[in-house]
Design a protein around this ligand. Structure first.
Ligand code: SP5
Ligand code: ZN
Length: 346
């Protein structure tokens, strides 16, 4: 299987994030990509290639122009605002345009951060734009390969992407790599594409980007937002709108779900994808469903990732696989290798 990887994904290095009111080392860290890279390098049948260092055309079709401009310029503006040069701390928003406030975009960088953020859990760093762009470029290149006839390609993306909406960052995500892959497949000639999101968390960004479109089916299997981040999207009654009515499927699962409950949802997801008539698949694959993951309540074992990959491959669709979450860093390389090998062996 082709692997799209560039060291550009290692530049974004957040210092810390908040947990229960105190700051802890950032969970979404460069070591995640390093350990996956090393596991696949040592594994069988993975062929590495670097994506081009260009902005993928699909990026401007899934994200707002003003948002891309903000992301690209936020760090130097934040740095100037803070006035500490190289000691500038990561940028965090402080207020949100919630109900009772209006959504007029402010001019100051700290106001704009709040305008474009969906949570306080996503440090914006000096390297955020560069790594996010490297990831989106990897996802787009993987899609090009698959559109060109390869059975499957894996984009080793970091930071992840599925929480990022057209004009919002959050949940460790800045650019929606899965959406870029799906749009690239469409632009290359596919009429219908399915996105299957297997991250522990609901992919709110991906759902919102495509919720009013009928050409992309978005299916999520995830922890029920009644008890888990992102809390405000991902319920079973969300089915899409307008031309996208019926092209959103949410399969929220209970706290503590293990393989049998997960496999049942996966069957439903695959049946929906087959019925939709997708010509290609984007697997938005997070490994934070793992039993050892610090963010997870699910009980998915390494062998289960191989089964997951095998089932997704059973759809028989040309597939772009992008990496989302997974924070049991020491186990992440082996888990991803198991999942991809399961896919490739099916
Ligand atoms: C891509 C991705 O997986 N993003 C996840 C972002 C989650 N951020 C919120 C984390 C909330 C942690 N909840 C406490 C669980 C501790 N057992
Ligand atoms: Zn996740």
């Amino acid at each position: 299987m082709r692997v799209l990887y560039t060291p550009g994904v290692l530049i974004h290095a957040p210092r810390s994030e908040m947990k229960h009111g105190t700051m802890i080392p950032a969970r979404e860290c460069p070591a995640r990509a390093v350990i996956v890279r090393d596991a696949l390098t040592q594994g069988q049948g993975f062929h590495f290639e670097e994506p081009p260092g260009t902005v993928p055309p699909a990026l401007g079709r899934v994200h707002d122009r003003d948002y891309l401009e903000f992301l690209q310029t936020a760090w130097p503006r934040w740095q100037a605002h803070i006035g500490q040069g190289d000691d500038t701390p990561d940028a965090f928003p402080l207020i949100f345009p919630v109900r009772t406030l209006n959504e007029t975009r402010p001019k100051a960088i700290d106001g704009e951060l709040s305008y474009y953020a969906m949570d306080t859990g996503t440090p914006l760093t000096a390297g955020a734009w560069e790594s996010a762009l490297a990831s989106a470029s990897s996802a787009a290149e993987a899609a090009h390969r698959v559109a060109g006839g390869e059975r499957a390609a894996f984009a080793l993306t970091r930071p992840p992407g599925h929480h990022a909406a057209a004009g919002k960052f959050g949940g460790y995500c800045f650019l929606n790599n899965a959406a870029v892959a799906a749009q690239t497949l469409l632009d290359a000639g596919a009429d219908k594409v399915a996105i299957l999101d297997l991250d522990y968390h609901h992919g709110n960004g991906t759902q919102s980007i495509f919720q009013a479109r009928g050409d992309v089916l978005v299916v999520n299997i995830h922890a029920d937002p009644d008890f888990e981040f992102p809390f405000f999207l991902g319920r079973a009654d969300e089915t899409g709108e307008g031309p996208g009515e019926g092209a959103t499927l949410n399969l929220p699962l209970a706290r503590g779900t293990g393989w049998s409950g997960y496999a049942e949802a996966l069957e439903r997801a695959c049946a929906a994808i087959a019925a939709f008539g997708a010509e290609a698949l984007v697997l938005s694959w997070g490994f934070d469903t793992y039993e050892g993951d610090p963010l997870s309540t699910f009980k998915i074992a390494r062998d289960d990732f191989a089964r997951m990959g095998e089932r997704a491959a059973g759809l028989g669709l040309p597939s772009v696989i992008v990496l989302e979450g997974g924070y049991a860093t020491a186990s992440l390389g082996g888990n991803v290798a198991a999942g991809l090998s399961g896919f490739a062996g099916a």
